[in-house]
Ligand binder design. Structure first.
Ligand code: ADE
Length: 228
């Protein structure tokens, strides 16, 4: 079984997304287990303080190293060999390739911060720093949820059809997916491309590949799978 742990001040954040759809089925089938560890449980002072103001001044609060590092140690003890990932906008960009890489591990631990970020020294206790993109979320939780979801759906036996994970966007050399159509044949004057109704499978495949390639060019998927 694949084990995921989230280190967070808001364990309830994950409850309803993991109780729906593919993650729900994967958990029920015993393919994945997701455990939350409450960082505040590792605070040592009377007020269970987990944040403090930055040295040198400036706005906002930072996660203190003490409780966070104690929570990381607990996570490593619960799942020896777990890969600890800090979610932070200053990390390296999360990609489909990363999601696939994580499925090869026995366990990942996702560290979510609140406030303006983490005390820099916490970075020495994690294996990797990951960002979802160049924007700032109110905390690491939404980012951790995206990482979890993208990893869970790639675990062997999670998706009904093993082909769908292989065929979707990004899986093939970073090329975006082709356009899809379902019934009706015409919707508000917009017709399904004739080639898809032709029954000519070679032509359909050719059309899909060329559509995917031109989409990748247009949307500037970095560097892969298409001519510059
Ligand atoms: N925490 C806040 N913003 C984030 C982002 N863009 N990616 C990952 N973690 C974050």
């Amino acid at each position: 079984m694949f084990h995921a742990q989230v280190l967070t001040l808001f364990p309830e954040f994950f409850d309803s997304p993991l109780a729906c759809s593919i993650p729900k089925r994967a958990i029920e089938a015993g393919i994945v287990a997701v455990d939350a560890i409450q960082i505040r449980d590792f605070a040592t002072d009377r007020h269970s303080k987990v944040d403090d103001s930055p040295y040198g001044g400036g706005p906002g609060m930072l996660m203190k190293p003490g409780p966070v590092v104690a929570a990381i140690r607990e996570a490593r003890q619960r799942q020896p060999g777990t890969h600890v990932v800090m979610l932070t906008p200053s990390g390296s960009r999360f990609t489909q390739a990363k999601a696939l890489e994580y499925t090869e591990k026995s366990s990942i631990t996702l560290l979510c911060g609140r406030y303006e970020g983490f005390d820099e020294r916490i970075c020495d206790y994690v294996d990797e720093e990951i960002s979802l993109g160049d924007y700032v979320l109110s905390g690491g939780e939404p980012a951790a949820l995206c990482v979890l979801d993208s990893v869970i759906r790639l675990l062997p036996e999670v998706l009904g059809s093993p082909e769908s994970a292989v065929l979707d966007s990004f899986s093939e050399e970073g090329i975006l997916d082709w356009p899809h159509y379902t019934r009706p044949e015409e919707f508000e004057g917009k017709r399904v491309p004739d080639v898809l109704l032709s029954g000519n499978h070679a032509k359909i495949e050719q059309w899909r590949k060329s559509q995917a390639a031109s989409r990748s060019r247009q949307r500037d998927v970095k560097g892969k799978g298409h001519d510059e």
